[in-house]
Design a protein around this ligand. Structure first.
Ligand SMILES: Cc1cc2nc3c(=O)[nH]c(=O)nc-3n(C[C@H](O)[C@H](O)[C@H](O)COP(=O)(O)O)c2cc1C
Length: 320
């Protein structure tokens, strides 16, 4: 199996329910960008849970994909890492930032920022398990009284992580408020391994600002990719050349949306694929005329051909 490099400085953020194989493929086709899976639970992978297996199985993809793992047991991380390595991952990432209750109640995700001893053991065990590089993604801290991103970054480095990504919000913030880019800069100056900045990047200019003013080695983009898979390539191009690529026109959006739908149906089957496509379709068309009515009609459809017809009719009207 060919292992490829994952050396782009512009990263797709892992997003459960979103960064699946179809979406990665779409972003890959747009050009540059470092791709990552949805998070996969190490205990579910060990039980060979079919859904987790499908998430971790990146063999059909002819470009490098990092697989993100979540859990709380160093032993299970090591086992899962070996398994995921065999399934073709180009690199491994450990989730130490997820704020969701189900995850933190299990002492996983951002809960590990409160248990740095366990976090260190998990990183060490994962690093030892395979030849793959291991990165860690975490937050500013648990809450405003427990901001420990700088010490956590040092711990990651000492435990063998080859790179870290910091989302500049605390667990208590969830996704609200603003990401604190200063804490990311502080952590960057405290370690030698590459630091990727994450939180609120929604344009090439903001990405450049994060890189230049805050000194990070790379940027990671999440929510701004929804309905805008062109963005990672636009950022990459702007960082390389200083030139802003044009925004996609309506015809580009239509073509992308149809391609995305086709891939979702291929991957999940007709009914589930259409169901997953609803949120993506909504994001693609949100700024177009009569989008609300189109979305309402789209949500009722369960047949692929009818969905394609509706999309074609909608864009014919938009383009009139
Ligand atoms: C719907 C959704 C799902 C997410 N799932 C994950 C995940 O599985 N693993 C993870 O590390 N972060 C996850 N995140 C957090 C993002 O990776 C990212 O850190 C966060 O959205 C901040 O970046 P942004 O401001 O560019 O969106 C998720 C975020 C969203 C909105």
């Amino acid at each position: 199996m060919q292992r490829k490099n994952t050396d782009s400085l512009v990263f797709m953020a892992p997003m459960a329910g979103i960064t699946d194989r179809p979406f990665r493929s779409i972003i890959h086709d747009c050009g540059e960008g470092n791709l990552i899976s949805e998070m996969v639970a190490v205990n579910a992978i060990q039980r060979k849970n079919p859904k987790s297996y499908k998430i971790a199985d990146v063999r059909p993809e002819n470009y490098p994909v990092t697989v993100q793992m979540v859990g709380n047991s160093p032993e299970l991380f090591a086992e899962a890492a070996k398994f995921i390595y065999e399934l073709g991952a180009a690199a491994l990432d450990i989730n130490m930032g997820c704020p969701v209750k189900k995850i933190i109640n299990n002492n996983s995700g951002s809960a590990l920022m409160k248990d740095t001893c366990l976090a260190a053991k998990i990183i060490e065990a994962t690093v030892k398990a395979t030849p793959l590089k291991v990165s860690v993604k975490f937050r500013k801290g648990w809450d405003n009284e427990h901001v420990n991103a700088v010490d956590f970054a040092k711990m990651c480095e000492q435990s063998g992580a080859s790179r870290i990504t910091i989302h500049g919000r605390t667990r208590a913030q969830g996704y609200s408020g603003f990401a604190d880019w200063n804490i990311i800069a502080e952590a960057k100056s405290a370690v030698k391994i590459p630091v990727i900045g994450n939180g609120d990047i929604d344009s090439a200019k903001k990405a450049k600002e994060m890189m230049q003013k805050y000194g990070v080695d790379g940027v990671m983009v999440g929510r701004a990719l929804l309905g805008n898979p062109w963005l990672l390539n636009k950022i990459h191009h702007f960082l390389e050349t200083g030139e802003e690529l044009k925004n996609p026109n309506t015809a580009d959006i239509k073509e992308m949306l149809l391609r995305h739908l086709e891939l979702l149906v291929e991957y999940y089957g007709e009914r589930n694929g259409l169901s997953v496509s609803r949120k993506h379709i909504g994001w693609y068309v949100k700024s177009l005329y009569e989008a609300k009515r189109f979305r309402e009609q789209y949500t009722k459809l369960v047949v692929y051909d009818e969905a394609v017809d509706l999309i074609n009719n909608f864009f014919a009207k938009v383009e009139e």
